[in-house]
Design a protein around this ligand. Structure first.
Ligand SMILES: *Cc1c(COP(=O)(O)O)cnc(C)c1O
Length: 405
């Protein structure tokens, strides 16, 4: 099908070599070193009934094929499908379901995934059961004959909680249920869910894989040929495919994934350590910290602790608002995983639609702040947070004085 060498041939190579070479041989037509952006909607037939491997660009496009082969290679998978966004990738996976089917969902999934399930797919007669994916017994208890799919994220957003992929995969397979894992936060550099037993991986390539906050994209990854065929069918039938330029941007991002993830992790570790000893901070959530309740699981199922962390600032909403409003390098914005550092206040931004009681039940307090450290120098990022937190401390002190006064 593809004009390019199949990525399986490269699987004995190391991660960063595959990131640069898998699916990315020089262009066979011109010798171009990099995969060209094939900005075309259709491909000319050689003769009736005979194409050159490509026919219509919704179905296949060579720039997309290169990205798909590279993504599959990095996840140690046989197949990948590029999608227009992380949410369209999630939607395409749910196209495997039919009316009456049930899905068990880890309760702290990405808000957009929750919205897709609850506001869109419930109207099609698919039911969703939300469980604490940290607790295997809760998942098992929720399985019914209608359950076809378990959907988890690990680590989660914004509380960076982990789920034990191997244990959940074993449980799913004992019940004939598929396991889908959203691997957006960890990326294949730090976690390969198929190796741990998952059936399907979903990515928002908008985040670390693209890595520069300049593209929206998604991907679906699997090694099961039957599943791939069904997913590929729906990807084409529904048509939520990415354009070739967007594929090029993600493919360009993948080439430096290892370098960036190492820096993101290094910065996250330095910042987590700094925050843990800061007097204005109540609690730091980062899987790399010994204080993280699932630090051992993280060390076991991941090859690193990732780049995302959250913390709870003392003083609730006011202190959080003051902190996120005072950083100069950390930009106040949704999204994550780019080279530029971002700061976010989940209670009023990403998780605002969730009622306060439910938010707090899950641990999303008003003082919670999420950080996506970029790849700037750690000392500059720490200095930025330090000045922002000392502002919040002063404000608290002033308020306390005012109350006392
Ligand atoms: C951003 C995100 C998504 C949705 O991806 P889009 O590219 O924004 O559609 C899904 N899952 C996770 C974990 C995300 O962070």
């Amino acid at each position: 099908m593809s004009l390019y060498k199949k990525h399986e041939e490269n699987q004995n190579q190391q991660f960063s070599t595959r990131a640069i070479h898998a699916g990315q041989d020089c262009d066979p037509g011109t010798g171009a070193l990099n995969t060209p952006i094939f900005q075309t909607s259709t491909f000319v037939l050689e003769e009736l009934g005979k194409n050159r491997g490509y026919q219509y660009a919704r179905t296949h496009n060579p720039t997309r094929t290169a990205l798909e082969e590279c993504l599959a290679s990095l996840e140690n998978a046989k197949y990948a499908l590029a999608s227009a966004s992380g949410l369209s990738a999630a939607y395409t996976v749910t196209n495997l379901l039919s009316q009456g089917d049930n899905v068990i969902v880890g309760e702290d999934v990405y808000g957009g995934v929750y919205r897709l399930f609850e506001q869109v797919l419930t109207r099609y007669g698919i039911t969703f059961t939300y469980v604490n994916a940290q607790n295997l017994g809760d998942i098992e208890a929720a399985i019914t004959p209608a359950t076809k799919l378990v959907w988890i994220e690990t680590p989660t957003n914004p509380l960076v909680k982990l789920a034990d992929v191997r244990a959940i995969a074993d449980l799913c397979h004992a019940h004939g249920v598929l396991l889908a894992v959203d691997n957006t936060f960890a990326t294949p550099y730090f976690q390969r869910p198929l190796d741990l037993g998952a059936d399907v991986i979903i990515h928002s390539t908008t985040k670390y894989l693209g890595g520069h906050s300049d593209v929206i994209g998604g991907a679906i990854v699997t090694s099961d040929p039957e599943l791939y065929e069904r997913l590929q069918y729906h990807n084409n039938a529904v048509g939520a495919v990415p354009g070739p330029f967007d594929c090029f941007l993600v493919l360009r991002g993948l080439k430096t994934l290892k370098l960036r993830m190492r820096e993101h992790e290094r910065n996250a570790t330095a910042i987590a350590n700094f925050l843990e000893s800061h007097p204005s901070v109540e609690r730091v959530l980062y899987p790399g910290l010994k204080s993280h309740p699932q630090h051992d699981l993280a060390a076991k199922q991941m090859t690193g602790f990732g780049g995302m962390l959250s913390f709870v600032v003392k003083g609730g909403l006011d202190a959080a608002a003051s902190t996120v409003g005072s950083t100069k390098l950390f930009q106040l914005a949704e999204s994550l995983g780019g080279v530029k550092s971002l700061i976010c206040h989940p209670a009023t931004m990403t998780h605002k639609p969730i009622p306060k009681e439910i938010r707090e039940h899950c641990g999303i307090f008003d003082g919670l702040i999420r950080l996506s450290p970029g790849i700037e120098e750690a000392e500059d990022l720490i200095a930025d947070l330090d000045q922002a937190l000392s502002g919040s401390r002063t404000q608290c002190a002033v308020r306390e004085l005012a109350v006392v006064g």
